[in-house]
Every structure is written in C-alpha cells, then in structure tokens.
Write a protein that binds this ligand. Structure first.
Ligand code: BGC
Length: 389
C-alpha cells in the first residue's frame, strides 16, 4: 500500500509533467548534422503548427467553400517558421512542445536585426540601430538555448533575409549605412552562436535580380564571406538561401526578364543560374555555396512590371512543394520560405510602415501589415497554384 508521502511524490511528479512534455515521435538520440551534407536528403521540412493553424482558420473563412478540400492541404506543406520578434520566440517554444516526427527538420527564419529592412519600410523591425546587445542576449542567445535544449531535433535556419544583400546594393542610403555594422556583427554572432550539431544554416543572399548583376556577384559574395569568416567559418553553415519571399522562377528559360534592355548585365536570369553564378563567386571568396530556394509563391511568372518589385505580387500562385529533388547538385532543396497568405507589407498609405512598392500597380490591394494574414491573397495563391492542390 502506498504511503501518503509517496502519493504526494507521485502527485508532484504528475504536476511537473505537462511542462516537460515528451515528444512521442522525437529521435531517440542526438541529431548530428553538418554543413558538408544536404540535410533535406534525409529529413523532410516540417509542416509547423503555426502555419497549419493559419491555414485551418483560412479554410473556415473561404469565400468559395468548393476550395475547402484543396485549401486544407496547404497546411500540410512544410514551411519555415519566422521568429521575427523577441516575443515570437514563443512560436518556437510552442512548436517544440508538439510531436515533431524524427525524420522532420524544423525550419526557422532568424529575422530581428537592429535597423531591419534598411532599404524598405514594410518590414522595419522592433530593434533600433545600435540595439545589438539586445539582439545578442534577448534574441539569438535565447534561440540558441532552445535549440541546445532539443538536441534530438534537427533544425534548418535561414539567416536574416535581405540584410547582407542590402549592404551591397543599398549602401548609398543613410539607413543602410547606419545598419551596416550591426548587420555584420549581428549575423556573425548568429552564425557563431547557433553553430550547433543539430543545426544547419543558410545565409540569405537575395535573388538573381539582386546580387545576380555582373557587378554585384563579387562584392556580394565577398560581403557574405567576410561575415562568415568573422564568425570563425562555422561548420554548420551550408550555404545560402535565395528567393526568400520572392517570385523568381527556378529554371524558366529564357528568364522572365531576359528581354529587358539591361538583361545583358545579368546572367542570373533564373534562380538556378543565380545559384550557379553566385555559388562560383562564393567559392572564390571562401564561403560555402549550397543553396535552398523559396518556391512558395513562384508558380506564375510575367506578373511583375519590374524585376525588383517585391510586394504582394498580384496573380501569384503557390509553387513547387518542398523537396530535395531539385535536379541540381548545388541546390539542396526547394523550400517554402515565406508562408503564403502572410502579407509582404501594408497597402495603407497612412501607415508608418507603408512602402510605395506595396502601392505599385502589380501589388495586391488592400493588403495588411507585413506578416499579417491576407485571406483573398491566400485564395488567389491557391487558385493559381502549380502544381494544383
Ligand atoms: C514580415 C515578418 C513576417 C514574415 C513572414 C516579413 O515580411 O516582416 O513579420 O513574419 O514576413 O510572413
């Protein structure tokens, strides 16, 4: 018969259990990844519960219920979870409390540099220029702690979309000049601190229409290599991410903008060519050069008036689902980086973060603040998806 003391002990144990919930589908030993291998060959990009819930809510709000079956399937697609504020690190905590299958890699976007989005307004972040210590201690260190606390879980990280590319092409802007040292120090700190055995990292390199210009390849690659070396050439850096939240086709030939008058100055007319050309420049500069490419919203081309248009492009469709089957040795995987349905920026001209790109003719209006759900836009992505759901 149990004594009251042991009953009390059991009760205490039971009370402690919920916070120490065990992932029933987790790997039973520590995950060992490395920048020398393509993690997506052995792991599937995890369909995270945050996007799943966004899609489930969208299914209930469909303007046309005949789309319901197809719409529901979008929630099963693997995509990256954006940790875009310190508070949103909670999304990672919540995800780690779910049953993530051992064969799945959890994709995270690290996105909170001081003076974020220096060349645009739509995604200006919470940290001001100069708040580098806050970035390190309240953001990166906290994420690193959580990743260390889940040694049996595989993680793939996209590091700071647009940041280092902006330092190459937008350094004439005062805002980017002010952000520069914080971006370099912040990205180096992220690479060094998140360099853990269960993690692989891809540093963001924009897209072919950005650093793919002949004159940008070398400075772009050298800019990334400088930061990578400052971080001590971390073993878990595998290469770059491209086309994050972008619209470029992977292999359309000739490329979408190949008939414009300046096309002669850019040989990276699709992302496959960009991965190849920028990858060569990275190798020369001394930076790992495998790539993951966002195909989340690139099903339809011919929509943008100009290559540089980035905001809520009208008529877009969900693209190829995440896969390591890319047909290109240097391209590790097609991934869904930007969660399709979340806005790129507000079209409200009176908003502080209103960016004129979100008012372009080819931008969908009305659109909510960056990251907020845009239901009609989601429905269009679904209708225009290739392959269809
Ligand atoms: C926004 C973030 C958001 C991300 C994914 C970015 O443009 O600034 O807040 O998490 O897109 O939708």
């Amino acid at each position: 018969m149990k004594t009251s003391a042991s009953i009390l002990a059991l009760a205490t144990l039971a009370a402690a259990l919920p916070s120490q919930k065990v992932n029933k589908r987790a790997c039973d030993s520590a995950v060992k990844l490395s920048g020398t291998e393509n993690v997506f060959k052995s792991y599937t990009l995890h369909p995270n519960s945050f996007y799943k819930a966004e899609v489930a809510a969208a299914v209930k709000n469909l303007s046309d219920q005949s789309l319901a079956t197809a719409a529901a399937k979008v929630g099963d697609v693997g995509s990256f979870l954006w940790l875009d504020t310190i508070a949103n690190i909670d999304k990672l905590k919540k995800e780690l409390a779910t049953d993530i299958p051992c064969k799945n890699v959890l994709g995270l976007v690290i996105y909170d540099l001081p003076g974020r989005d220096c060349a645009a307004k739509a995604s200006n972040g919470e940290l001001a220029v100069g708040e580098i210590d806050k970035y390190k201690t309240q953001y990166i260190d906290v994420i690193a702690g959580l990743l260390k606390g889940a040694p049996n879980q595989a993680f793939a990280l996209i590091i700071e979309p647009d940041s280092l590319p902006n330092l190459v092409t937008n350094i004439d802007l005062t805002t980017c000049q002010q952000s520069k040292s914080g971006y370099e120090e912040g990205v180096a700190y992220a690479l060094k601190t998140l360099n853990l055995p269960n993690v692989v990292m891809y540093v963001d390199a924009g897209h072919g229409g950005w650093l793919g210009w002949n004159d940008n390849l070398k400075p772009g690659a050298e800019g990334l290599a400088k930061v990578y070396k400052a971080a001590g050439s971390p073993s878990q850096v595998r290469g770059i991410s491209t086309n994050i939240a972008g619209w470029n086709s992977f292999d359309q030939t000739p490329g979408e903008f190949s008939t414009t008058s300046d096309a002669q100055y850019n040989k990276a007319q699709n992302e496959k060519l960009y991965v190849s050309l920028f990858g060569d420049a990275l190798a020369t500069a001394g930076h790992p050069n495998h790539a993951i490419v966002d195909t989340g919203r690139n099903a339809v081309t011919g929509l943008r008036e100009e290559w540089g248009h980035w905001c809520n492009v009208k008529g877009a469709g969900f693209g190829v689902r995440p896969t390591a089957d890319t047909g290109d040795e240097r391209t590790d995987a097609f991934v869904w980086g930007k969660p399709g349905g979340e806005s790129d920026g507000t079209s409200d001209t009176s908003a502080t973060r209103y960016d004129s790109f979100c008012g372009n003719n080819d931008a969908y209006k009305p659109s909510p603040e960056a990251g907020e759900w845009n239901q009609p836009y989601f429905e269009d992505l679904l209708k225009n998806a290739k392959p269809q759901f």
